[in-house]
Ligand binder design. Structure first.
Ligand code: SF4
Ligand code: SF4
Length: 634
């Protein structure tokens, strides 16, 4: 019998994941057992397979020609599949001769002892059997349109649009309001450096208006979405506001604005005329950046007296008031009333605790920290103390953190400027009420000060300011249209915060700014630049490469029943085409690879077995099932 040199030689690499896996799976016994599986040439284990030394083990075995297929038994493939495939590429081996067995999430996190080791062996036996049957595959290459679309005209959207255009990529910037600038337009000065917010967005808007590669669509929203990475198709609806009054800077006639860029206080920047016509635009685009922003949390009626007492307002409302200047001598005045004492309450609508905070009608709690409200509160308090030293400011907080470069200065300077800090426990929050006795001030805030061992303090106040957190904007229409992933906190969810930040699982769609999580202005611009860079890299080559795991039809077996077309989960991914065979016109199924999800729904209904998903054929699955069934016998 001659020796078959071409028989697949599989290397199996078992990860301990620190103790995540090896605390529950007997890795040494597993490795010995795996070594006896048919086709396995090498079986190794390592504390961290994804580490550089772990990857080098695999690389060396491949380069020395000991193996030509790789099975990794470790964590979920969503984390490190790309890492391990790149090792095969480095070794000059086809990256699709690779299979993954998840023995962490599917084994050690849910089973223990002998049962865990047995299941890990079954999964590795199945993966090995599949690896033996894998064929080299080539990625699918698709032409890409050198055009990107940014949805959202706030500071992140503007930054992303400019960065893309500066890389030579044409950009459509879509904004639902008539203005560019988003929430930053309602700010005055930005902490900690104190630069002017209106100046910042005006500078960005001017650069956008004069950039030949950027087209701005205001009063616009996306109502149609189709296509795939490199070739998306969007339908944009432009709806002029019913009433144009108030959309113009004081002293300017909206009808006479032409191509000028005009700053409208607290609203944003107008670029040119607002369209008077309802219209639909079609945009062909290669990549999409979502920069849909956030909205401030709205306290429910009665939350710290909000909606009950007119003297209770939110921090964004205070910032808006301060913009317009309302001082009289050394004391702040609001609506003609002197504000002699003001209390700012932190963490309103952030870090909410089930069982402690009220879900209210919304039916959810914001359990995350909104990150920017500590700094924003301190910035406002500091400015009031500097401009109106006759106004006392008290800050009531659970924990306080002015993270970020130079932001500790806000805390230090506020302390030096006699802002009084009082810490409370979340289970025992401050109470805002009308004073029961004669008082010079309309409100009193009672709070147990944990810094003085729970002593109850009563603070008479002319004004109570709620430092509200951030919530994602309402973009359910986009979420449904584009099937966007949303986290439990309702912000858009990136693939992985470290391995694939700002990327969505749908290839070609990226995230910028506060649609992803609470961020300050600087961080939003960083995220926007990151998203723009990734989109530019994607489009820069003129084509994109996709994994080849899509359906393919064997025309010899296809009888053109159309069952696959009916079962297909992605519109347009498979179609019936007519062709001539032996002088007859017959119908055959044809897959559009760029649209195919590789889900296999078509495979399940094909009566003749004519359709298979590459890299996951029925034959391979049968072999995996056989391996699992027989694994106890090995
Ligand atoms: S490869 Fe996965 S299982 Fe192994 S150490 Fe890395 S994260 Fe943990
Ligand atoms: S694999 Fe899924 S998306 Fe692709 S053609 Fe089949 S059913 Fe349609």
């Amino acid at each position: 019998m001659c020796e078959r040199k071409d028989l697949p030689r599989v290397g199996v690499y078992i990860c301990h994941c620190g103790g995540n896996i090896s605390d529950h799976v007997d890795v040494e016994a597993l490795r010995v057992r795996v070594k006896s599986l048919p086709g396995v040439t090498i079986a190794r284990d390592h504390s961290f397979m994804c580490s550089d030394p772990g990857q080098e083990l695999i690389l060396k075995d491949l380069q020395e020609g000991k193996i030509d297929r790789v099975v990794i038994a470790s964590c979920s493939p969503s984390l490190h599949e790309a890492t391990f495939r790149s090792v095969l590429v480095q070794a000059g081996v086809n990256p699709y001769l690779y299979e993954h067995a998840n023995i962490r999430e599917q084994v050690s996190w849910v089973h223990h002892g002998e049962a865990a080791t047995r299941k890990a062996f079954s999964l590795i036996a199945a993966a090995t059997e599949k690896a033996r049957l894998l064929e080299p595959l080539e990625p699918i290459r698709i032409e890409a349109t050198a055009h990107a679309t940014v949805i959202g005209g706030g500071v992140a959207g503007m930054r992303a649009a400019l960065d893309l255009a500066n890389q030579g990529i044409a950009v459509a910037l879509i904004e639902k309001t008539p203005f560019l600038g988003g929430r930053v337009a309602s700010l005055d000065h930005l902490a900690p450096a104190g630069e002017s917010a209106p100046d910042l967005i005006l500078r960005l808007a001017r650069s956008i208006a004069s950039h030949p590669l950027i087209s701005v669509y205001t009063c616009a929203r996306v109502i149609g979405f189709d296509g795939y990475v490199g070739n998306f198709s969007l339908t944009v609806e432009i709806t002029p506001p019913a009433d144009l009054a108030g959309y113009c800077a004081p002293g300017k006639d909206l009808n006479k604005l032409s191509e000028c860029v005009t700053s409208v206080p607290s609203k944003g920047v107008l670029i040119g005329k607002i369209s008077r016509e309802h219209s639909l635009e079609k945009i062909k685009t290669g990549a999409i950046i979502l920069a849909t922003g956030f909205k401030p949390y709205t306290p429910y009626k009665g939350e710290y007296g909000y909606g009950e007492f007119p003297e209770v307002i939110t921090l964004p409302q205070l910032i808006e008031i301060l913009r317009n200047g309302c001082g009289c001598g050394s004391t702040l005045f609001l609506s003609g009333r002197p504000i002699r004492s003001m209390v700012i309450i932190h963490c309103v609508g952030s870090r909410q605790i089930p069982g402690v905070h009220d879900e209210g009608e919304r039916g959810y709690l914001n359990e995350y920290c909104s990150r920017v409200c500590c700094s924003a509160s301190l910035n406002a308090a500091l400015r009031i103390r500097e401009r109106y030293p006759g106004t006392k400011v008290f800050e009531l907080y659970r924990d306080i953190r002015t993270y970020g470069r130079w932001q500790e200065d806000l805390y230090r300077n506020a302390s030096h400027n006699k802002v009084v800090f009082i810490r409370f426990e979340p289970e025992d929050p401050p109470v805002v009420e009308r004073p029961s006795d004669v008082s010079p001030m309309p409100l009193v805030v009672r709070v147990k000060d944990t810094l003085t061992f729970g002593e109850e303090v009563s603070i008479p106040a002319d004004l109570v300011v709620l430092a509200v957190g951030m919530e994602p904007n309402d973009i359910n229409d986009l979420i449904n249209l584009m099937k966007l992933p949303v986290g439990s906190d309702r912000f858009l969810l990136e693939v992985h915060p470290k391995l694939r930040p700002v990327e969505l699982r749908t290839e070609g769609i990226f995230l910028a700014g506060t649609c992803q999580a609470p961020m300050d202005v600087g961080e939003s611009c960083n995220a926007a630049s990151a998203a723009a860079s990734k989109a530019a890299i994607l489009l820069g080559k003129g084509y994109v490469e996709l994994d080849p795991f899509v359906a393919e039809v064997d025309p010899e077996k296809c009888e053109g029943t159309g069952a696959c077309v009916e079962a297909c989960l992605r519109k347009g991914a498979i179609e019936l085409v007519e062709e001539e065979r032996d002088g007859r016109i017959v119908r055959k199924a044809r897959v559009i690879p760029a649209l195919c999800l590789g889900c296999g729904a078509c495979v399940a209904v094909c009566p003749t077995g004519a359709i298979q998903v590459r890299g996951a054929t029925l034959y391979q699955y049968e072999a995996m099932v056989d391996a699992i069934v027989s694994s106890d016998a090995v």
